[in-house]
Design a protein around this ligand. Structure first.
Ligand SMILES: *Cc1c(COP(=O)(O)O)cnc(C)c1O
Length: 362
């Protein structure tokens, strides 16, 4: 059975050599725009490509404003800070996520609290969230994550957050191009973070962005990413402790070239998902109800942990890269004493889920 899988993936990618989980795709356009950027000498934190890239992404996601950052992790950190998260606060997130979500909470000297996910969305469960908030009135903010690009039930999560008066920050690092009930992810929270790391659907090398529907908040975010410097022709005056979080122009040049291909990447991802679904049937992880996923990382569910581990060994031994999902946050040394709810769905998924090659070429 595992041999059939390897053969199928090799046939799909039409390759006999190593198949990576996800590799970026570039053509001449990336070289053109980065060369233009170098010729202009504006390769660093000032330049027209950054503003243009922000406008393009904001337009695409249908948000009012976007503020570019050095990476997705610090975009999240800033999003939490803007939501008012301070030392000693408690912030709910899901245990099934990439480490950056939990780290960003700690950067605010706040404590993550882990609440379970839904099995169908792989993202934070609005029911379990409400259950937790009913019993605990000391939660400052909630950070759901759209796992592998599949949107979680973000409108219900938003309703619960409003009802209990807690702030919402969306971790959209993986979900650029995904919609929930026809609206792009990143539109529910006051601030939402995207990542343009090398393995994401489009890349700037390293990079991230915050999305806002509030102009004032966006202005403030930009101010904080540029060392909180008060604009002046020659004076260096800073209004508070800011950050050096602004995306360099050279990364934005790469991002603009990638952005031109985003619609095509999304189409190809969906075609690949169709092929995988036809082959794997019910084991394939499909986009949830009411959602249009970007299918950034494709996934399947195995029967149990033993089968999962056998599958991982066979495929990786045969040069087809596959990967289990992350070790649950609450099981890591630095988060093992954090508060959590019942995490049975996250545990169930962690034991069974495997990501399979998801890269696309045009
Ligand atoms: C990639 C990712 C991030 C962070 O992005 P970087 O740009 O690598 O800092 C945050 N959260 C999730 C869920 C991610 O997958």
């Amino acid at each position: 059975m595992y041999k059939d899988v390897v053969d199928f993936i090799r046939k799909t990618y039409n390759r006999d050599d190593f198949i990576a989980l996800h590799e970026p795709y570039f053509d001449n356009r990336e070289k053109e725009l980065t060369a233009q950027c170098i010729d202009s000498t504006f390769v660093s934190s000032v330049g027209k490509f950054v503003t243009e890239f922000e406008e393009k992404i904001a337009d695409f996601c249908k948000v009012k404003r976007a503020v570019a950052c050095v990476n997705g992790t610090n975009a999240l950190h800033l999003g939490l800070k803007l939501a008012g998260v301070k030392e000693g606060d408690k912030v709910i997130t899901q245990p099934l996520t990439f480490i950056a979500t939990a780290n960003a909470i700690r950067y605010c000297n706040a404590e993550p609290v882990f609440v379970d996910v839904d099995k169908d969305t792989l993202g934070l469960s609005p029911e379990k969230l409400e259950d937790y908030l009913k019993k605990h009135n000391d939660i400052k903010a909630v950070v759901p994550m759209h796992t592998f690009g599949h949107p979680c039930r973000i409108d219900e999560i938003k309703q619960v957050c409003d009802k209990y008066n807690v702030k919402l920050v969306e971790d959209c690092a993986e979900s650029l191009g995904s919609l929930y009930k026809g609206t792009h992810t990143g539109n529910w929270a006051e601030g939402s973070a995207i990542s343009f790391n090398g393995n994401k659907i489009i890349t700037t090398g390293g990079g991230g962005m915050l999305l806002f529907n509030d102009e004032k908040l966006a202005d403030y975010a930009k101010h904080l990413t540029t060392q909180a410097k008060i604009p002046h022709r020659w004076e260096f005056r800073h209004s508070e402790t800011g950050y050096n979080y602004r995306m360099p122009n050279i990364n934005a040049a790469l991002g603009l070239a990638q952005f031109e291909k985003l619609d095509k990447f999304l189409e190809k991802k969906r075609e690949l998902a169709k092929k995988y679904e036809a082959f794997f049937g019910d084991s394939f992880v499909k986009e949830p109800k009411n959602a249009h996923s970007n299918y950034w990382l494709q996934a399947i569910m195995l029967e149990n942990r033993a089968q999962r581990d056998e599958f991982l060994k066979y495929t990786n031994d045969n040069n087809v890269m596959t990967r289990p999902c992350w070790c649950l946050m609450n099981e890591l040394e630095m988060f093992k004493n954090c508060e959590c709810g019942d995490l049975s769905n996250a545990k169930w998924i962690e034991e069974r889920l495997v990501n399979i090659p998801s890269g696309v070429k045009l």
